[in-house]
Design a protein. Sequence first.
Length: 457
Amino acid sequence: MREVRTRFAPSPTGYLHVGGARTALFSWAYARRHGGKFVLRIEDTDLERSTQASVDAILDGMRWLGLDWDEGPFFQMKRLARYKEAGEQLVAAGHAYYDYMPKEDLDALRARQLARGEKPRYDRAIGQKYRGQGPAPLRFKTPQEGHVGWSDLVKGPISFPNAELDDLVLLRADGVPTYNFGVVVDDLDMRITHVIRGDDHVNNTPRQIHIFQALGGTLPAFAHVPMILGADGERLSKRHGATSVMEYQEQGVLPEALVNYLARLGWSHGDAEIFSTSEFTEWFDLGHVSRSAAQFNPEKLAWLNQQYLKSAADSRLAELVRKELAKRGTRADAGPPLEAVVALLKDRSSSIVQLADEATLFYGEPHVERIALEPPVKEALVAVKAALAQSDWSRSRINDVVKHVVKTHALKMPQLAMPLRRIVTGREQTPSIDAVLELLGREAVLARLARALDAAG
């Protein structure tokens, strides 16, 4: 039995987007489950749009998600001599020919076909009448009879009539391979056994099968994964929100939460919703990949991220929050320990960004609008301030003080807790007020109460 070898082959013309990340994840997980190899290949033959910045963004995104590769990254533009060699092999075997038809003649041919209501396609009988010398595109001699098909590991049996396929270009005149040729040569050389990719490549597969067979290679198994749609049923794009993996890092999503979410986009393992990456690699199979398009739900991702935040180590979250606070010019060393703040707030947060938003109340003075206090409430706050000044500073003791004042001043808890919260934090919603006061510390709490009571007159 052959060693399982999968690959991820992005084009470096932008960031690592959600759809590409899921393809990479499925390919990576399949190799990991079967003890195989995961190969990273950069398809950089689009010379106008490929950039080093995009390569770096793709690699950064994969590293952040934890998708380590065993071989590569390989770059197609460094393999031009190999593609030329494979092209000459096809010419020698009678499977390919050089096309000397001038571009204007080819354009005219297609215009006539369109005028007749036909599908534009290369006409081999006309094309091979042209003679020439020097560089020219290399075309594949596509079989015209019968069908070409395969048993897709996701979609099941798929077949195309060969008559629908014309003679595609394998190598451009400058020696750069077209997508379908470069893919096949690379997959053969890298001994890829399973090609897992988006179903927008289904129409490319019959062409690639012909090239595989002409080169005498063993066909890999193909698995075409349905695309990811936005909530409106359209293909996921920027108008649906973030589509770049690293944008989710900026928004404060934990990588393991995004991996978990992407894994569930079109695949399932029973009723399991939350699972570790190691559990995913243990469970992943292609038989449970859905044939239907998956729908991206930002609210579901936020919920899932919240579950991961709740269980994450406070020390890890504190470092992530510290970096987020630093972006805002907020220092976390002039206040309570950040780990303690994170421990108090993380159950209420769905992202690192939100966690940092909540944490700012412990670092720096809050902006507090002047609060109009009814006389009974003001008297109660004065009593709270006096009692806290003499009390042990612990959450339980603070809680006792507040409850005692509420009782002795014949108030209901919200009548005292709400203004106390606004005075001390500048916010109407926080975790339990006794926990917040304990972390803020006696000095800060008493100073803020004194200022508010003086301003109230």
